[in-house]
Design a protein around this ligand. Structure first.
Ligand SMILES: [Zn+2]
Length: 504
């Protein structure tokens, strides 16, 4: 790519590192930023000039936690706790062909790019286990759009109904018999498939890379988690898990392990600098200190945590402990969009109900830093993306300053976080290539994707109708049991773990 220069001229740069904004030109060589200079700076002869006048330039937002399969499930649920979402998972996320997976990944990526996001950590679900063909289709979906992704197959070797103490036993027969017969794939099958996925990887690792997603600690055996740990070490892979997401999980962990979920994972050797915990709503202070010591990251998903009633993560305490925190949307099955501007605003706003002194709330610069450099570190790409600086990949978003969101332009950082709804996104560059220009995709046909999505959803929903009826019939048992497990939660000031009647 040497000699392939582009220069962005006339834009207003949002410099998150310096907490400032100023006019600047940006020189790009191939996929990499080479120089940031004053307006009119010299550029190599023949460089392509991109006019950025009237645009605010910020680093591409990085989504630290999503689920590509959820793109086809947006709007399916409403008053669902996390456990009701998991109860619905067989019909909202099951029955996909490999082509459906590619369509879902493409749709997820398309929404993120339209909303200013250039890279994501995607825990994609394949049932009963991940496959090289399926993961290749998902990777191709991201590549079609031109977006970066870390793809972690979402896996479990304990079924959801066996993961919550007492839940299976209270289901009325014959539901219990049918649901009990639905076993999860054994751990050695998951691990063998993941090994095949990694060894047959065909994507450029800068663009789409593999990771591991043993989904929820309560749904994974010790043998499975040890296997994931070893596979990750052997191949340098990241691991992402949903950790301490709901109060039900925190209480269930106390009963099953007599320790916290994070402490159990640490005892198994999983928590290190390649480990990302999604949510972490119910982490204790000791969990946070241990995870910071190990160099792990947390993906904070305030929208999903609110929608599912999971609670409000104590992110200021995480940051004070030294933990790296990124921001995510979670999947559209739970939140129900892929809007990182909204996720940033929610992260800022929910911080105001956790701690009282306003100086401990998250301000806009800190939220911007978490949604860019913080999330990039969570993806394991902290030295390549998340900043507009020489040597970093040219992943940038151009916001139209003629948008009503910037009239008047009083304070760019405050307005990106507190005013922006993604409607001002005019162009998105990823790796030096404009993948969105004038709000139109340059690499694929969105109208064709809409038609593909409609056809896939109609077929999947018809095929899953019987499964849907089966799980909807037991939803109220799941709901009542889980409420009974932790009746006084959620309250982030009083984690149920500290006073659960059965915790020892
Ligand atoms: Zn999730």
């Amino acid at each position: 790519m040497t000699g392939d220069f582009t220069v962005l001229r006339g834009g207003l740069l949002l410099d998150i590192g310096r907490q400032d904004s100023y006019p600047a030109d940006i020189l790009i060589e191939g996929d990499t930023i080479r120089e940031i200079g004053a307006p009119g700076m010299a550029a190599p002869e023949g460089a392509t000039v991109e006019d950025a006048s009237g645009r605010l330039i910020l680093p591409g937002l990085v989504n630290a936690h999503t689920h590509g399969h959820g793109a086809l499930a947006k709007g399916l649920g409403d008053r669902w706790s996390l456990e009701l979402l998991l109860n619905a998972a067989p019909w909202t996320g099951g029955g996909f062909t490999h082509e459906d997976k590619r369509i879902a990944a493409r749709l997820n990526a398309a929404e993120m790019v339209l909303k200013g996001c250039t890279a994501a950590y995607d825990m994609f679900f394949e049932f009963p286990t991940a496959t090289p063909e399926g993961i290749a289709a998902i990777g191709a979906g991201y590549r079609d759009v031109g977006m970066r992704a870390v793809i972690a197959p979402m896996m479990a070797d304990i079924p959801f109904f066996r993961s919550i103490p007492g839940l299976m036993d209270l289901l009325p027969a014959p539901h219990r018999d049918r649901i009990a017969a639905m076993e999860a794939a054994p751990f050695d099958t998951h691990l063998a498939q993941c090994r095949r996925i990694v060894e047959s990887w065909a994507f450029d690792l800068d663009a789409v890379r593999p990771a591991l997603g043993p989904t929820i600690p309560l749904m994974c055996t010790d043998d499975f988690l040890r296997g994931c740990r070893d596979l990750a070490r052997d191949h340098g892979l990241g691991i992402q898990m949903h950790l301490a997401e709901s109060p039900v999980q925190a209480v269930s962990a106390a009963r099953r392990y007599e320790t916290t979920l994070a402490a159990r994972l640490d005892a198994l050797g999983l928590i290190d600098a390649r480990f990302t915990a999604a949510h972490g709503v119910w982490l204790t202070d000791a969990d946070m200190a241990m995870m910071a010591e190990r160099g792990a990251s947390v993906a904070h998903n305030p929208g999903s945590n609110l929608r599912l009633g999971s609670g409000i993560a104590r992110v200021r305490a995480m940051r004070d402990a030294g933990l790296c925190v990124g921001i995510g949307t979670d999947g559209s099955g739970s939140s129900d969009n892929q809007n990182m501007f909204e996720a940033m605003r929610m992260a800022a706003f929910v911080s105001r109900v956790v701690t009282k002194p306003p100086e401990t709330w998250f301000g806009t610069w800190e939220v911007l830093e978490m949604a860019t450099a913080g999330s990039a570190q969570a993806l394991g790409m902290g030295d390549a993306i998340g900043r507009i600086a020489p040597g970093y990949k040219a992943d940038m978003v151009l916001l139209d300053l003629a948008s009503v969101n910037y009239v008047p332009l009083n304070n760019p950082a405050n307005q990106v976080v507190n005013c922006e709804d993604s409607s001002a996104v005019s162009a998105v560059m990823i790796g030096g290539r404009m993948v969105l220009r004038d709000r139109r995709f340059t690499g694929f046909d969105f109208d064709k994707l809409r038609a593909d999505v409609a056809a896939a959803v109609a077929r999947i929903q018809a095929a899953n109708a019987g499964t849907r009826a089966e799980f909807e019939a037991v939803a109220r048992f799941v709901s009542h049991h889980c409420v009974g497990l932790c009746p006084d939660a959620p309250n982030p000031q009083n984690p149920p773990l500290r006073h659960a009647p059965h915790a020892r």
